[in-house]
Design a binder for this molecule. Structure first.
Ligand SMILES: C[S@@+](CC[C@H](N)C(=O)[O-])C[C@H]1O[C@@H](n2cnc3c(N)ncnc32)[C@H](O)[C@@H]1O
Length: 191
């Protein structure tokens, strides 16, 4: 049996292809291992990843999910998402959606999720209320890159501070800051 210290088997291939294409926004291993643990806490869960990239966090999430869980992963960039599809697409638990996340989020009226990893502007800095409305009671909302990053555009720091303040003050959430890896906030929807 694989131990929790080991990375998902698919990760090495994804990381190699990520390096080859020069994708500059990959999730860290610390974030991935946290996502795997959180996914494992949601048997028969419905998970949503906003921003597939090349599938790094997707691989970690799938590694934690049980056989009855499902993951939808959305990205507007078909070429990067294709890497995730090539390596992970055989897994019947994952569905890749190539779409603008804003459009995707605005057409989910009848859906809800046990875990949302919001890793694009939409779902995090845009359409936050709409995204949080998709969380089930007890559902988990996760964001990373909450500590200063070299690729932050000018003026981004105040948006991060505002997002953290919003998440930690919302009465419908219990949120906590984790100041390691790239900086993470986990928020649970209150019952
Ligand atoms: C931080 S990266 C995601 C990293 C990925 N989750 C991982 O684990 O490595 C952000 C992703 O959001 C995608 N993105 C940016 N704008 C988007 C939009 N409007 N709709 C959907 N995806 C978008 C980018 O193409 C990029 O792949």
């Amino acid at each position: 049996m694989k131990t929790s210290a080991e990375a998902p088997r698919a990760l090495a291939t994804i990381l190699e292809r990520t390096r080859q294409v020069g994708f500059t926004m990959p999730s860290e291993a610390g974030t991935g291992s946290l996502l795997r643990a959180l996914a494992a806490s949601k048997p028969q869960g419905r998970m949503l990843e906003i921003g597939t990239g090349t599938g790094i966090a997707t691989a970690w999430l799938l590694d934690g999910m049980d056989e009855a869980s499902e993951l939808v992963s959305v990205d507007v960039d078909a070429s990067m998402q294709q890497i995730a599809g090539d390596v992970l697409g055989h897994d019947p638990r994952v569905r890749f959606v190539t779409d603008d996340a804003s459009s995707f989020l605005l057409h989910r009226e009848h859906e809800s999720f046990d875990l949302i990893f919001a890793d694009a502007m939409a779902g995090k800095y845009e359409l936050l209320d709409e995204t949080l409305a998709l969380l089930k009671r007890g559902g988990l909302y996760v964001v990373d890159d909450m500590l200063p990053q070299p690729n932050w555009p000018p003026g981004h720091a105040p948006r991060v501070a505002e997002l953290i303040a919003t998440l930690t003050r919302r009465p419908d959430l219990h949120a906590t800051r984790l100041d390691w890896a790239s900086g993470i906030v986990v928020a649970a929807r209150r019952g």
